[in-house]
Design a protein around this ligand. Structure first.
Ligand SMILES: [Zn+2]
Length: 267
């Protein structure tokens, strides 16, 4: 039995960024959400309040609840519920061949990969409460093809590994890589699996990452505008050839970049 009034009914599949729009009500001053242990503050728009929620690639289909806290004038608070149905989605399996050192890691590489993920997870954890962007998201390489391999189960050199958490865009080494939206560069570096990489925080739980670059052209702490060049495509880290791995995280969840507002939904 619901103890809070139902505000919205949403649905999404594993790997989807879900848009939440809450219409304005008289005296409504702020709305915050709690989804999968992540607090998300909503942005004020002309019509009401807006946020993005990520449905993680590994989230089991079923019925989920998002808690919404509405703050009205005079600090009057009201709790409402948003029901989110996670529908199943099947992703195909791809088989890849990479240098053996990326599948059977040496002790040294294992330690490096562990240090890398600590650093990267720390960057993910610092997402700003302010929304840096106001326009729709764009593809980091204008007019590029490919990139529809998000979520693919992967077998490297005959060994199953983590599913693919981004979109691989075809790009010869040296191709300019543009910021998908306005944000703040929170991490740059050269990592074992990711190669040379740039991580951008767009605020409100939305982060983008650009991996396997040949060159990084921005600094940590820098604010980038949508479309600014962040670096050049390359083949650094665990790759089968030059391309851009473009990843998006929304409220801590790995989502298909093509499910963000302004981008065409992936087939
Ligand atoms: Zn990739």
């Amino acid at each position: 039995m619901n103890i809070f009034a139902l505000l919205l009914l949403l649905s999404g599949y594993p790997g989807q960024a879900v848009t939440v729009d809450i219409p304005y009500e008289p005296e409504l001053e702020a709305v915050s959400l709690l989804w999968q242990s992540q607090a998300v503050s909503m942005a004020r728009t002309d019509e009401g309040y807006f946020a993005l929620l990520g449905v993680d690639l590994d989230l089991k289909p079923g019925a989920y609840r998002v808690n919404a806290m509405l703050t009205f004038a005079g600090d009057r608070k009201e709790r409402r519920a948003i029901d989110l149905t996670v529908t199943p989605k099947d992703y195909p399996t791809t088989r890849l061949t990479v240098e053996p050192k990326y599948v059977e890691l040496s002790a040294e590489d294992q330690a490096r990969a562990a240090r890398d993920s600590q650093q990267i997870n720390a960057a993910y954890a610092t997402t700003a409460d302010t929304r840096y962007w106001s326009d729709d998201f764009i593809v980091p390489i204008p007019g590029v093809t490919g990139g529809r391999n998000f979520g693919h189960r992967r077998v490297f050199n005959d060994q199953p590994r983590a599913p693919h958490s981004g979109a691989d865009l075809t790009a010869p080494t040296g191709t300019e890589i543009h910021a998908t939206n306005r944000g703040k560069v929170v991490l740059t570096g050269d990592f074992f699996f990711n190669g040379k990489a740039v991580f951008v925080d767009h605020g409100m739980g939305v982060l983008s990452m650009y991996l396997h670059l040949s060159d990084i052209l921005v600094d940590e702490g820098q604010i980038v505008e949508r479309g600014d060049v962040l670096g050049l495509a390359g083949a650094t880290g665990r790759v089968t050839g030059p391309h851009l791995h473009w990843g998006m995280k929304v409220t801590g969840a790995r989502v298909d970049p093509f499910t963000l507002p302004g981008l065409t939904a992936a087939p």
